[in-house]
Design a protein around this ligand. Structure first.
Ligand code: ADP
Ligand code: ADP
Length: 228
């Protein structure tokens, strides 16, 4: 069952004061199936982030269409959560307030916020760090906060752009397992961008391999993992 569909999607940027067009991506045709774990790998600069930005609605495609749950994507849709590589937590808010921030912005009922945040803290192993500030945490713990912040929004599609790129190898492997746990728990569709082919192969159902200039899928490989 199709969950998100990119059809003929490109991204073009004007260069040299508008005299030149830089073709960064596509045309891309891609269907993400409901509940699958899809990874995108490819060399630096091939358009992986650009792909994620168009899929999430953070950027509009130059050509083509993006659909999520049968609706055209214009701006980040409800039900889509994004996690970035760079630590996106607010340094002046403690862990609990970071995780609840978006829900509070939306004006959600306080009891419901508390219920969701407590659950996310426990699920991500952050219970003892609820009143800590991001600067007091390791890189891996800060990424847990970012994932928890996405989790409380109960996303049905989770997009992650090199979430573990800044972490050491051991933490990266651990976070890979955490991501599988999150995926099983939420039943969400996952799109993971990574430069680590081993990470993509270990975690996903399908791996899309991109080439550069302009970014295109040269192959989409099924890993054949049997899921329990
Ligand atoms: P990746 O994530 O695979 O490293 P990106 O999607 O970040 O690649 O970038 C793809 C190409 O598009 C790069 O050459 C980058 O410089 C270019 N690019 C990305 N965003 C912009 C932008 N806002 N303006 C101009 N060029 C951009
Ligand atoms: P090995 O047998 O080489 O030790 P494992 O089978 O333990 O490898 O798996 C290594 C990693 O691959 C796990 O930590 C997990 O991230 C991933 N993995 C293993 N089995 C599955 C599966 N059924 N579905 C998805 N990922 C899996």
């Amino acid at each position: 069952q199709a969950h998100a569909i990119l059809h003929g999607v490109t991204r073009k940027f004007k260069k040299n004061g508008g005299t030149e067009v830089f073709h960064a991506l596509g045309p891309i045709d891609l269907t993400l199936y409901k509940g699958e774990f899809f990874s995108v790998v490819g060399p630096s600069g091939c358009g992986k982030s650009t792909l994620l930005d168009t899929l999430s609605g953070l950027a509009r495609p130059s050509d083509g269409t993006v659909q999520f749950e049968n609706r055209e994507v214009k701006g980040v849709p409800d039900g889509v959560g994004v996690v970035f590589q760079e630590d996106a937590s607010f340094p002046w808010l403690n862990v609990r307030d970071n995780i609840s921030f978006t829900l509070r912005m939306r004006g959600m009922d306080g009891a419901e916020i508390k219920r969701r945040v407590d659950y996310a803290l426990a699920f991500m192993g952050l219970k003892d760090f609820a009143s800590a500030f991001p600067a007091q945490l390791s890189g891996g713990m800060r990424q847990r906060v970012c994932i928890a912040r996405t989790l409380v929004q109960q996303p049905r599609l989770i997009l992650l752009d090199e979430p573990f790129g800044a972490l050491d190898q051991q933490t990266r492997l651990l976070m890979g397992d955490e991501l599988l746990r999150l995926w099983r728990e939420t039943n969400a569709t996952i799109l993971l961008i990574t430069h680590a082919l081993d990470e993509a192969a270990m975690l996903s159902d399908r791996v899309g391999v991109m080439s550069s200039r302009p970014g295109l899928f040269i192959d989409i490989v099924e890993t054949g993992w049997e899921r329990d």
